[in-house]
Design a protein around this ligand. Structure first.
Ligand code: ATP
Ligand code: MG
Length: 529
């Protein structure tokens, strides 16, 4: 009976691989020789369950029709033109080769920018089955490659589980949060992932539990990450990296109006006759509730507003009133705003400079404040604000440089730095900050304090500085410009050597920003004062 069931399943699978057929036969023989009450019987039965439920020979046909793929991607996601373009090219190449397998896509960018959801869209567009799992926080190789059968309660790893679930051997498998893997002391999940993903190795993927090779070469793997640097080079080198840099406010408003609101509407059943959210209200949400690179919080807030409205409607079912949410009554539905004011500093103050940082949340405004520490007897500099080693060094470099710059380029008689103890700080103090890109911001803050001149309003800057005052390039320019716009900045100073990246940034991101390129610090000062 049990044997019959397995045999029937096996027939249907039409397995061609001799080694696999051999293993099946051996296990069937073993099953018939064992006492059904023995524990070994159970182990063997479980194994046969797995081997007879994997899609050994089943594939689906890919949709290679580019226009319909484009339509499908556009239906689910606003903007992201370069990503969609890359996906189309990728699929067009796949069409020529006859398969899109054997490639690894890495989608990288800040939270809530649509990485996971566009991964799903790719599967839909290609007409492939889809399976998603997160590797965030895992440290055990067995999660990926399974446990050996001798283990009590042994199971195959996630990859084999995925194949069993989707029932085809060419699905899209989305491996989420690959940068959040924690490397154990005696277990290296990255190495296991390399075996899974590497087209050179994955034709013969060996799960510990299955103990027979499975061909993963037809699977399209898509990985997502917020950052690339935790991913080991051997793995990263094999990936096709696609960057999602975050959205400017106008895009966030479009996404809210045309994608999020309609989808929440249909989920909650609250129609246009019951609720209307004005564009201004959405804009206010972006400005005072959710300052973010993606749209995750925006989506949460909109869902929350709909729940409030649903509650109102439920408690007064007779009402025919149309509820309109505007900036004026927004708090009633969205709760208190997270941000009260548009900017930290309404008027320019000497010693306050605005830099642009870059974290896994995308670009962020990074203020630098310097003040004189009145009761410190001797001249010097103290820095606070959860600063990493590289940033601390960049402050020291800036301090050395600014003393010279003040004396040689600004005012030889100004003895400010000789006399004063200075405290330099980067709020918000609880957010760790690192990297060299605040170099020119630090110097400008110190120079402003020393001369008593405030920095031009609505100006932000980013750039590493060398000891001789050369401004050298930094990363994350697109993300930083998006953050600058979010902060209401109008002018930005960037290192001249970043102009290649700058050229590649879409016009709509740069629109409304006056960008200055600097080779030496003096050019930064010219703009700042
Ligand atoms: P994380 O790094 O935190 O995992 P993520 O990039 O995977 O973030 P998603 O979960 O894919 O983010 O996206 C969050 C939500 O925003 C989803 O509901 C998604 O559909 C929506 N969204 C993001 N970008 C767009 C877009 N361009 N058009 C329409 N909806 C979008
Ligand atoms: Mg995600």
């Amino acid at each position: 009976t049990l044997s019959k069931k397995f045999n029937e399943r096996w027939e249907k699978l039409n397995v061609k691989d001799e080694q696999v057929k051999q293993v099946f036969k051996e296990e069937m023989d073993r099953l018939s020789s064992l006492e059904p009450s023995s524990s070994e019987y159970n182990v063997t039965r479980n194994y046969l369950e797995w081997i007879t439920s994997l899609p050994w020979n089943v594939t689906t046909n890919d949709n290679f029709d580019i226009p319909s793929i484009k339509a499908s991607l556009d239906r689910d996601h606003y903007g992201l033109d370069d990503i969609k373009e890359m996906i189309k090219t990728f699929i067009a190449v796949g069409k020529l080769r006859g398969s899109v397998g054997g490639k690894i896509i890495l989608l990288v960018g800040p939270p809530g920018t649509g990485k996971t959801s566009i991964g799903k869209s790719i599967a839909t567009a290609l007409d492939r089955q889809f399976y998603r799992f997160s590797v965030g926080g895992i440290s055990d190789v067995a999660e990926i490659k399974g446990h050996r059968r001798t283990f009590v309660g042994a199971m195959p790893g996630k990859i084999i589980q995925a194949l069993k679930t989707v029932k085809t051997s060419n699905p899209v498998i989305l491996i989420d949060e690959i940068d959040k893997i924690s490397k154990g002391s005696h277990s290296d999940p990255f190495a296991a992932l390399l075996e899974v993903l590497d087209p050179q190795q994955n034709k013969n993927f060996l799960d510990h539990y299955m103990d027979i090779p499975y061909d993963l070469s037809k699977v399209l793997f898509i990985c997502t990450a917020n950052l690339t640097h935790p991913i080991p080079a051997p793995l990263l080198d094999r990936m096709d990296v696609m960057r999602l840099n975050g959205y400017i406010q106008a895009e966030q408003i479009e996404i809210a109006n045309n994608y999020i609101v309609p989808s929440v509407k249909s989920e909650t059943g609250i129609g246009d006759d019951k609720l209307m959210i004005t564009k201004e209200a959405i804009k206010h949400l972006c400005e005072y509730w959710c300052r973010e690179s993606g749209v995750r919080n925006l989506k949460k807030m909109i869902e929350r507003m709909f729940r409030k409205v649903a509650f109102k409607l439920a408690s007064n079912p007779e009402s025919n009133e149309l509820i309109t949410i505007t900036p004026e009554n927004l708090e009633e539905f969205a709760g208190l705003p997270k941000y009260r004011v548009k900017k930290y500093y309404q008027t320019p103050v000497p010693g306050i400079a605005l830099g642009l940082g870059w974290s896994e949340n995308g670009g962020v405004p990074l203020y630098v404040e310097s003040v004189v520490d009145l009761y410190q007897p001797s001249a010097g500099l103290r820095a606070t604000g959860s600063l990493g080693d590289v940033m601390k060094e960049s402050i020291e470099i800036g301090y050395t440089y600014v003393k010279r710059y003040l004396e040689l380029n600004v005012d030889p008689k100004n003895k400010f730095f000789e006399k004063n103890a200075i405290h330099i700080h980067a709020p918000e103090g609880a957010t760790p900050k690192d990297g060299p890109s605040a170099g020119i911001t630090m110097i400008t803050s110190l120079l402003s304090l020393a001369t008593g001149k405030p920095i031009q309003p609505n100006l932000a800057m980013t750039g590493e500085i060398t000891l001789t005052g050369k401004v050298i390039p930094v990363g994350g320019i697109t993300e930083k410009l998006i953050a600058a716009k979010r902060e209401g900045v109008k002018k930005v100073v960037l290192p001249k050597d970043n102009r290649k990246e700058l050229e590649d940034i879409p016009e709509f991101v740069k629109e409304g920003l006056q960008i200055y390129l600097a080779n030496y610090y003096s050019e930064v000062a010219d703009v700042a004062f």
